[in-house]
Design a protein around this ligand. Structure first.
Ligand SMILES: [Cu+2]
Length: 145
């Protein structure tokens, strides 16, 4: 009996020691447009144990995407394209309304029908990360802050 308890706790300790993924994205969601033909925007929080550079994000529900950053230029909201977004170790980078976002152009009909989709984040080092994302219709509350 004593032996099996020891074996069980060893197994539990092993499970707890599984390394966390080096790079992770969480709280991913897409804001769908109110008017068909307009772009959507994708948001998430990205963090990495090692320095990474995000160079692109794609999803099966959009034909084309760009990394953007919104800014307030003397009271005028403007956005500019970003060629890439650096992620420093253990410094989460937030993509959120009013700031960094992924602009998604030429949405497929699936975008309006499904509740969830996948975002594929691509990095300069050739690696990629798939993230599950909620599809949020215009007027619906975002699932994350
Ligand atoms: Cu934009």
């Amino acid at each position: 009996m004593r032996f099996s308890v020891a074996a069980l706790s060893a197994a539990a300790a092993l499970a707890a020691c599984q390394p966390a993924p080096e790079t992770a994205a969480r709280d991913a969601w897409l804001r769908l447009p109110a008017v068909p033909g307009r772009p959507a925007a994708a948001y998430f929080t990205l963090e990495s144990v090692n320095a990474k550079t995000l160079v692109g994000v794609s999803t099966p529900v959009a034909e084309r995407s760009e990394l953007h950053e919104s800014s307030n230029d003397g009271g005028m909201m403007a956005m500019r394209p970003l060629a890439s977004v650096p992620v420093e170790p253990d410094m989460p980078v937030r993509f959120a309304p009013g700031g960094k976002h992924v602009m998604l152009f030429d949405l497929t009909p699936q975008a309006m029908q499904d509740a969830r989709t996948t975002l594929t984040l691509r990095f300069e080092d050739g690696s990629a990360l798939d993230v599950d994302a909620a599809l949020v219709k215009a007027g619906e509350e975002p699932p994350f802050e």
